[in-house]
Design a protein around this ligand. Structure first.
Ligand code: DOR
Ligand code: ZN
Length: 346
């Protein structure tokens, strides 16, 4: 049995680092990734190149000197986003991508897109300039069942949007369904999908069976087991269109443990140990590097990281904190429900 693998340093193509005391607490836990796409859903959101550049500086200040992480910034698409501003921020190297949140779909998405006709000129300018659109793919129509919102979004919003914007590079963020996997496979080289660590591990029973478990609640919400199995098959397939975006999304426990608790799983501290176990269980350790270190960089037209990390399987489970402190609050680390024998050395 393989008990040691060395892979190119992984990247995280979907990460929430927040701001202020929370940023200071969580950023060091992502320092071992080479690059990360940083989500712009702060309060207020990151909507200009100047805000993205300032946020990048705050992130760098929160990282230890030894950190490998190079933050890749995004702008938050609103009905008022100007095409020229997006293209200028991209050409100046300030942003790597633009994030589309349908208004009201998730945490801090109130400023998101309400009218897709209004943003069409921005999408066309992005297609022309080669700027990637990262999409939170859920409809917000209250009439649509929450477990169907990803599949309905593909039909109602994403497919029409892609058809009217040829050449637009799109990442379907955190796909959670076999429908999402199938749609990602139906596109060409300009379509890809990220998959989170936690959606490879939990299905909806983890949230709801035997008691309600807020630390497993995220958006898009975990679906039934057949969808989790489709995600594991896609992630471990080695196909270039699927890559890691953890969507590590820390919230204070005081905000999660509420009658109306926040969505998000904090997976930054143990993601690589969990992924190694998942890929081992699927007999696909030789494809972990493609998923975590190669495919995302290639989609974003970047070289893989130069250096490497080593994961070692030991008899003793890896120790990681159950929760971390963040400015007087605690943030619970995602519990995969199994011991983690893979330790990261670097
Ligand atoms: O679970 C989630 N948490 N999903 C999202 O889309 C947003 C994120 C957050 O920012 O907390
Ligand atoms: Zn997210």
């Amino acid at each position: 049995m393989t008990d040691r693998i060395t892979i190119r340093r992984p990247d995280d193509w979907h990460l929430h680092l927040r701001d202020g005391a929370m940023l200071a607490a969580v950023a060091p836990h992502s320092a071992g990734f080479g690059r990360a796409i940083i989500m712009p859903n702060l309060v207020p959101p990151v909507v200009t190149g100047a805000q993205a550049a300032a946020y990048r500086n705050r992130i760098l200040a929160a990282l230890p000197d030894s950190a490998a992480l190079q933050p890749q910034m995004t702008l938050y698409l609103t009905d008022a986003t100007e095409p020229a501003d997006v293209v200028a921020a991209f050409r100046n190297g300030i942003i790597r991508a633009v994030k589309l949140y349908p208004a009201g779909a998730t945490t801090n998405s109130a400023s998101g897109v309400t009218d897709f006709d209004r943003v069409q000129p921005v999408l066309e300018a992005m297609a022309e300039a080669g700027v990637t659109l990262c999409v939170h793919g859920e409809v917000t129509d209250p009439a649509v069942d929450i477990f169907d919102r990803e599949a309905v979004f593909i039909d109602r919003v994403l497919d029409p949007l892609r058809r009217r914007t040829p050449g637009l590079r799109v990442v379907m963020e955190h796909v959670t369904t076999s429908d999402g996997v199938a749609y990602a496979r139906s596109g060409g080289d300009d379509l890809a999908a990220t998959i989170t660590t936690h959606h490879l591990v939990i299905n909806r029973n983890a949230i709801l069976a035997g008691g309600i478990r807020p630390h497993y609640y995220c958006l898009p919400v975990a679906k039934r087991e057949s969808h989790r199995l489709a995600l594991r098959e896609a992630a471990t397939s080695g196909e270039a269109r699927f890559f890691l975006g953890t969507d590590s999304a820390p919230h204070a426990d005081s905000a999660k443990l509420q009658p109306c608790g926040c969505a998000g799983c904090f997976t930054a501290p143990n993601t690589m140990s969990i992924l190694a176990q998942v890929f081992e269980d699927e007999g696909a350790l030789d494809r972990l590097e493609a998923f975590a270190s190669l495919n995302g960089a290639a989609f974003y037209r970047l070289p893989p990281n130069d250096d490497r990390i080593t994961l070692v399987r030991r008899d003793r489970p890896a120790a990681y904190p159950a929760r971390i402190d963040a400015g007087g609050e605690t943030v619970t680390v995602f519990d995969p429900g199994f011991p983690l024998f893979w330790h990261q050395e670097d």
